[in-house]
Design a binder for this molecule. Structure first.
Ligand SMILES: Cc1cc2nc3c(=O)[nH]c(=O)nc-3n(C[C@H](O)[C@H](O)[C@H](O)COP(=O)(O)OP(=O)(O)OC[C@H]3O[C@@H](n4cnc5c(N)ncnc54)[C@H](O)[C@@H]3O)c2cc1C
Length: 346
């Protein structure tokens, strides 16, 4: 009998992991994705979705930085090979009025990384990106080319790739992951924040973002002084943020927060002062003390649960890196149950 793999979760982590399982040779007929909320209703669809390293709101250890680097490479390839996937590369500027420490992780990962403290040197770059006023406001800059995902498009693309290759994505709640991991079954736990029910290290970090229309802005901007960030979409929209409120469960959109976000973003980029506001969203980053849980656990019901959750503010940034490691754990678990994959230590 062949083993079966049930991926629980249809956010960016679950879908990427399911696709990686296929790429690693597990037949589509042996993989199912089951999710309580389909992709459009997940926090993944709220994300500003800019690649950065070190990862945000996630324990930054060498493994996590490596996940970011792996993901950078794959997202960059996707932007070239699959223009319909919703990934595009933009110049990303980190700004400050005071000296910025070199971002060693971004510098190691990105050949395009540069830093400067004489704005005149960067004026041409800023003009090309549609944000010339940054040169007057800030003294210190770091810049590199970073992938950004239009998450609605990217999640649709991941779903379509899975369907095209024969994987069924089903809407249902899995009430007991361990019971579902019966003999011959590996459950992959990509449930994000829902894991707080049995893992006390998992907690929410509420974020609110405002979408405006500002097609002239073709760069991502992170202002280290005010915490303002702006992330462009290919359709001319700009995601303005942001907030990070740990342990806040209430997801109500707060109008005073919307005003504060627009105020601090406009202070960085005055050209967006009259940009049309298109919408406001909130979501919970699935934070975890100790970082992502990525390990296999034997279930008392005879199978295995492979955990892949707790990506904090970096679910896109680390998605392919953690998917590759989760897929290795799945194949080892299948092998332990006698299903063909090479035997190795869990
Ligand atoms: C405002 C904001 C900005 C962000 N910006 C960025 C950014 O720029 N870059 C970045 O990388 N990340 C960013 N993030 C973080 C990113 O959104 C998350 O890290 C990522 O979405 C987590 O993905 P996930 O697949 O683990 O979880 P989710 O997207 O929450 O998906 C979890 C899935 O599990 C399913 N599920 C849960 N429990 C069950 C169950 N019992 N049975 C069946 N299904 C279940 C859910 O229904 C859902 O389908 C941001 C987040 C916010 C809120």
């Amino acid at each position: 009998m062949k083993g079966h793999v049930v991926v629980v979760g249809a956010g960016v982590v679950g879908l990427t992991t399911a696709l990686q399982l296929l790429l690693d040779g597990i037949p589509a007929s042996q993989i199912t994705v089951v999710a309580k909320d389909l992709s459009a209703d997940t926090v993944s669809c709220v994300a500003g979705a800019l690649w950065e390293s070190p990862p945000y709101q996630m324990e930054a250890n060498p493994t996590a930085v490596q996940w970011c680097a792996t993901t950078l490479h794959i997202l960059t390839q996707l932007s070239r090979d699959h223009p319909d996937a919703g990934i595009h590369i933009v110049p990303s500027f980190t700004t400050s009025g005071t000296l910025l420490e070199t971002n060693v992780d971004a510098k190691n990962a990105c050949t395009s990384y540069i830093e400067w403290e004489t704005p005149a040197a960067a004026n041409a770059l800023l003009r090309r990106a549609g944000v010339p006023e940054l040169g007057d406001k800030f003294r210190y800059f770091q810049s590199y080319d970073a992938p950004v995902a239009a998450m609605d498009v990217y999640l649709d693309w991941l779903n379509a790739e899975l369907r095209r290759r024969g994987v069924v994505v089903r809407q249902a709640e899995v009430t007991d992951l361990w019971a579902r991991a019966g003999p011959n079954t590996v459950v992959v736990n990509c449930t994000g924040l829902a894991a707080h029910a049995y893992d006390s290290n998992v907690y929410p970090c509420k974020g609110q973002v405002v979408r405006v229309h500002a097609p002239w802005v073709r760069a991502a901007i992170l202002d280290m002084d005010s915490g303002a960030y702006m992330i462009p979409r290919p359709n001319g929209d700009l995601i303005c943020g942001g907030t990070s409120e740990n342990d806040v469960w209430d997801l109500t959109v707060e109008s005073h927060v919307t005003e504060a976000i627009l105020r601090k973003c406009t202070a960085v980029l005055p050209s967006i002062a009259n940009a049309r506001v298109l919408g406001v969203r909130t979501g919970h980053r699935p934070n975890r003390r100790g970082g992502v849980r990525l390990e296999a656990e034997a279930s008392a019901h005879g199978g295995y649960v492979v955990h892949n959750y707790g990506h904090g503010g970096s679910g896109l940034c680390c998605s392919w890196g953690t998917a590759i490691d989760a897929s290795k754990l799945v194949r080892t678990s299948l092998a332990r149950m006698g299903h063909g994959a090479p035997r190795s230590k869990l």
